[in-house]
Write a protein that binds this ligand. Structure first.
Ligand code: ADP
Ligand code: MG
Length: 248
């Protein structure tokens, strides 16, 4: 297997994953450059979430290798915890701690994992909440926030670990339509600021605006990769054409 060059932030080589008899990821090769925004699209069940979860080692893989910033993702141990902290993840459900304030939700992990002093972590958390537009909610509990605000808090929480890469798995799918825009706006600014991002989404407008590259998955395989303009205006495969017909 070829060693990826130093300019690759996330690199997958021949990644395979089964759930029982189901072959969910089939020899996936993917390189994401620093500052690149890759949007992953594809039908339900095509393996998009499993791909994200594998990069964060929430799933083990059966074959191939995954590197983050050149480092091989280990199966377990202290190196795994350290590497995992470099990969921020935002899910469809916000997973905030219900009994903590929004500020605590953002400040807790840096204190526990990165050993940042509490006061400093809280200062940084406030800055992040300001960046995602909800500094005024710092003292509230998650249930007092709208879905869009909760998801922005979840993004701030992921950013608090100073990740090298951010993974988003359908971050707006659980939101009321009127709140989708505010979350996509935060993601768009993050992209503009140069964050390396892998985003699974059905928001094709966001893909067109923010993606450097669109990756189309079907049945556990990467079927096409192209710039948004190429992918949306002239998809090369019948599978991509019928997928686009179903979502656009
Ligand atoms: P997507 O995110 O593209 O909808 P997933 O990665 O969630 O696809 O799922 C890919 C396939 O793997 C689906 O057929 C799904 O049912 C199956 N799958 C996902 N997670 C599990 C699991 N923990 N156990 C068994 N099958 C799973
Ligand atoms: Mg999914």
């Amino acid at each position: 297997m070829e060693t990826p060059n130093a300019r690759t932030m996330v690199s997958l080589r021949g990644v395979d994953k089964h759930f029982g008899d189901l072959h969910v990821l089939r020899s996936i090769d993917l390189d994401v450059a620093p500052r690149e925004v890759v949007v992953v699209v594809g039908p339900s069940g095509s393996g998009k979430s499993t791909l994200c979860r594998s990069i964060n080692r929430l799933e083990t893989i059966d074959g191939g290798e995954i590197r983050v910033d050149g480092e091989l993702l280990p199966q377990e141990g202290a190196d795994l915890a350290r590497l995992r902290a470099e990969v921020g993840m935002v899910f469809q459900s916000f997973n905030l701690f219900a009994h903590r304030t929004v500020l605590d939700n953002v400040a807790l992990a840096p204190v526990k994992v990165r050993k940042v002093k509490k006061a400093e972590a809280e200062r940084q958390a406030l800055e992040l909440l300001d960046r995602v537009g909800i500094a005024d909610k710092a003292g509230s509990h998650p249930a007092q926030l709208s879905g869009g605000q909760q998801q922005r808090a979840a993004i701030a929480r992921a950013l608090a670990m100073q990740p090298k890469v951010m993974l988003f798995d359908e971050p707006t799918s659980a939101l009321d339509p009127e709140m989708v825009g505010e979350v996509l706006d935060v993601m768009t600014s993050l992209a503009r600021e140069g964050m390396t991002m892998i985003v699974v989404t059905h928001e094709m407008g966001f893909a067109r605006r923010a993606a450097d590259r669109v990756v189309f998955m079907d049945h556990g395989q990467i079927v096409e990769q192209a710039t948004p303009a190429e992918f949306f205006d002239s998809p090369r495969t019948e599978r991509a054409r019928s997928f686009l017909a179903s979502v656009l």
